[in-house]
Design a binder for this molecule. Structure first.
Ligand code: ZN
Length: 161
């Protein structure tokens, strides 16, 4: 739950500026918000939040819901001129434990792709190793249907221009 104190430390986002869609700015995870602000600072370009906290009807495995910690945002960076792979590498510096890349996302009518970023708690495998399974993915359209594939070199080259 993002406190007033956390929001006061945030440089690039406001709880309700009419542009960023945090959903419920009081419920959003502090950790996520601080990482997002650092990522935005690193990019030195506008980063727009297109979705934050969502109702439980979003699904029981959605980190956008309060039940799962409200620790996810979807963002777009329409002015980013580099390749998507560099944007993904940049995001990886900031401690997000879940990253999804969606090459087909639009912002104000322009196809710019976007990122889902979350700070989900990582589970432990039986041997005590942190389990990073299912935390890097791409969401692509296959014959018009949203399909999830691994976020890796081959899939990026195949699906991103
Ligand atoms: Zn998302």
């Amino acid at each position: 739950m993002a406190s007033k104190e956390t929001w006061s430390k945030i440089r690039y986002f406001e709880a309700d500026n009419g542009v960023d869609k945090f959903g419920d700015p009081d419920a959003i995870s502090d950790t996520l918000l601080l990482s997002l602000d650092d990522f935005r600072h690193f990019l030195q370009l506008p980063l727009y939040v297109t979705s934050g906290v969502r109702p439980e009807s979003d699904g029981r495995n959605s980190y956008h819901t309060r039940g799962k910690g409200a620790c996810a945002v979807d963002v777009v960076c329409p002015q980013y001129e580099g390749h998507a792979i560099d944007l993904i590498f940049a995001a990886m510096r900031f401690g997000f434990s879940g990253i999804g890349y969606y090459p087909d996302w639009h912002f104000k009518g322009i196809k710019c792709g976007g990122l889902h970023l979350d700070t989900r708690p990582l589970g432990m495998d039986a041997d005590g190793t942190k389990n990073y399974g299912h935390s890097l993915w791409m969401g692509v359209k296959v014959k018009g249907k949203q399909t999830y594939i691994g976020l890796n070199y081959a899939n990026i080259i195949r699906n991103v221009k």
